[in-house]
Design a protein around this ligand. Structure first.
Ligand code: FPP
Length: 250
């Protein structure tokens, strides 16, 4: 029996199904440009595809899908593009507030959301409230998220706890430190998918992806459909996850 099937199997009877899939949704701009459309059309198609992939993950029995929707570095893009992405997120959240309970898709946001526009923050607070009352599949949306910012934020929170006598550096464990991250309580992603062909992590889930299997496809995010998801999961099933130890496969 592999480490995966002992510890990390999904819930749907498929012992090699990841519990948690993370996705760097890259390629929206190229998808649009190839069609002679503005980049924002690619983000719109990307948002629609997020809905489809989240539904597919839920149906498969995956517990968590975490996506990189807006990074701490994405503010460097032209204001019109940033505004368009934030408007799409707002529209998505407005619709989700209506449908979350019916579709049993919980939403959680990871990142420094305090600096986002007030309307978006209010919707995030509303979805947080709904999420607490629903059980089952959870989609985690990384918004104004950066892996380094998350680690810094966690280090600051831990230091504050030490200064207030609530924690001590001598007793800090990996599990305890994980509890200071924006992703507190989530299992680490077993599978990280990157669309759009780039071979880099782009400051995404630096702590959490220490042992994730990394699947990269040239397919652009809006084209990443159920077939591609199945291919990624089939590839994942072939992986020999050793976590620094030796293979337990015969
Ligand atoms: C990367 O493609 C994509 C983004 C930076 C934005 C992703 C945002 C969305 C899909 C919209 C809202 C999301 C949700 C969850 C509703 P890119 O623009 O870097 O593409 P390129 O590499 O082809 O230029």
């Amino acid at each position: 029996m592999t480490l995966l099937s002992q510890n990390q199997a999904g819930r749907a009877g498929d012992s090699c199904l990841p519990r948690h899939v993370a996705v760097i949704m890259d390629g929206n701009g190229r998808w649009a440009q190839r069609r002679g459309l503005p980049r924002t059309a690619g983000h719109r198609a990307g948002a629609e595809n997020f809905r489809a992939v989240a539904t597919a993950c839920k149906e498969l029995g995956i517990e968590h899908l975490t996506v990189y929707a807006f990074s701490t570095e994405n503010w460097k893009r032209p204001k019109a593009e940033v505004d368009a992405i934030l408007a799409l997120l707002e529209q998505y959240l407005r619709e989700s507030v209506e449908t979350m309970a019916r579709d049993r898709i919980r939403l959680r946001f990871l990142g420094d959301t305090a600096v986002l526009p007030p309307r978006l923050r209010a919707l995030i607070a509303e979805t947080d409230g709904l999420t607490r009352r629903i059980e089952g599949f959870q989609a985690n949306v990384c918004l104004n998220y950066g892996g380094r910012a998350e680690l810094l934020h966690a280090a600051q929170a831990f230091t504050r706890d030490c200064m207030e006598g609530k924690a001590s550096p001598d007793n800090l464990t990996e599990a305890a430190f994980s509890g200071y991250l924006w992703s507190a309580g989530l299992p680490d992603p077993e599978l990280l998918i990157r669309t759009g062909g780039e071979l880099r992590l782009s400051n995404f889930l630096l702590w959490q992806c220490a042992y994730s299997e990394f699947y990269v496809t040239d397919t652009l995010w809006p084209d990443f459909g159920r077939d591609e998801l199945d291919r990624a999961l089939d590839w994942y099933r072939t992986r020999d996850r050793r976590f620094g130890g030796l293979s337990t496969k015969k």
